[in-house]
Design a protein around this ligand. Structure first.
Ligand SMILES: *Cc1c(COP(=O)(O)O)cnc(C)c1O
Length: 375
């Protein structure tokens, strides 16, 4: 059985004709950069997300960097970021001479909480970057309330949760990435909405931020050759835009397929006392970018991974090292033991294959491989 963490080829086979035609059309038009399809995709994504502005860019890391640049922060300003996330979230903060202030995450949802966020606030805190890790929204309503109270910008890192819905206590439903000041996403191939190369985007409902973001992403110019600020060159190319526009139509059905696979795993593994299946938050849907188990005993984790790999079942550890313990982010302020929950998660988590093409036969094989593990 040929199992992969993500089956991009299988997914492509279902939409091959449409994709091939659209890509060849772009090549034939030679409008490789800023072709009309880039705007068309942005418009369609705005509609889907219910957000006023989508600004496409070159990748998710650029999106985060551009978002921070648009806020007009000063060197040394503090940006709060969970330490259990992908490195990109914190990297761009340091790159811009801002100060990443790491925080702990919730052991059940793996996400930042309002309490943890509020504890990390100082007079220099200017922004917070909640990450909707593995496909489920951080609990945004209280996070937004704390941010408002302290006048702090909110940049959502929704690279893993595009399409997830968050329900506020008044019943309002919003998409991940559209609740804070700016949302950032990645279209890396393995993301839930992935292109066939690199891509990313920013979302905002604020028209001033929209103008700034557009300008920064385009060499700091609103009018050609008039550079008002120091910007970057970060674009989504036309070929990626047509691919994304086709895949966007399938995004909800892709999320359903991921949820079906997750439910299968839940049912088969939910009774085991040495495994915790992923928790579902009552006010967020889950789009299962990852299906991440926690093993009660960290000693089991690496043994299970080896056991699965011996049966050709891929499994990955997202993430093995918390950011505050990474060489690149070492400061005197934080060391081992400072964020025990995140450090514990790094030793306990293991992600099983999850994607849009998993068959019952494959799921059964994976589940049996887990169940045959002798502790
Ligand atoms: C993938 C990812 C990014 C970065 O996206 P790229 O397109 O690879 O630059 C940022 N944050 C999180 C949480 C991610 O998963």
């Amino acid at each position: 059985m040929n199992l992969q963490m993500v089956d991009l080829r299988g997914q492509y086979q279902h939409i091959k004709e449409e994709i091939d035609t659209a890509v060849l059309q772009v090549i034939d038009s030679t409008a490789f950069i800023n072709g009309p399809q880039v705007k068309q995709f942005s418009d369609n994504l705005e509609q889907y997300l219910g957000v006023k502005h989508v600004i496409p860019c070159a990748n998710g890391t650029d999106a985060l960097q551009i978002a921070l640049m648009a806020l007009g922060l000063q060197p040394g300003d503090e940006v709060i970021v969970p330490c259990f996330t992908y490195v990109a979230t914190a990297e761009v903060i340091a790159l811009l001479q801002l100060k990443p202030v790491m925080t702990e995450v919730d052991p059940v949802t793996f996400n930042l909480t309002a309490e943890l966020f509020e504890k990390a606030i100082t007079p220099r805190t200017k922004a917070v970057v909640p990450v909707h890790l593995f496909g489920q929204c951080a609990d945004m309503e209280p996070i937004l309330a704390v941010a408002r109270k302290h006048n702090i910008f909110v940049i959502e890192d929704t690279a893993q949760a595009i399409g997830a819905d968050y329900t506020f206590s008044d019943g309002t439903v919003k998409k991940a990435g559209t609740m804070g000041d700016i949302g950032c996403t990645s279209f890396f191939p393995s993301k839930n909405l992935g292109c066939y190369g690199d891509g990313g985007a920013l979302f905002t409902n604020d028209s001033d931020l929209f103008q700034k973001i557009k300008m920064i992403a385009n060499h700091g110019q609103a009018v050609k050759y008039h550079h008002e600020v120091v910007g970057v060159n970060s674009r989504l190319d036309t070929i990626q835009a047509v691919i994304l526009d086709i895949k966007l139509k399938h995004l909800d059905s892709y999320a359903r397929a991921r949820n079906t696979a997750a439910a299968y795993y839940d049912k088969a593994l939910g009774q085991l006392d040495w495994i915790s299946i992923p928790a579902r938050q009552h006010n967020s849907t889950h789009v299962f970018h990852q299906y991440t188990l926690r093993l009660t005993d960290p000693a089991d984790r690496d043994k299970l991974k080896a056991h699965l790999e011996a049966q050709k079942v891929p499994a990955m550890v997202y993430y093995p090292i918390a950011l505050h313990l990474q060489q690149a982010f070492k400061t005197k302020a934080f060391g081992p033991g400072d964020f025990p929950v995140s450090e514990m998660l790094c030793s306990q988590v293991i992600s099983l294959p999850i994607h849009t093409e998993l068959t019952d036969e494959q799921l059964d094989f994976i589940v049996n491989a887990v169940l045959s593990f002798k502790r």
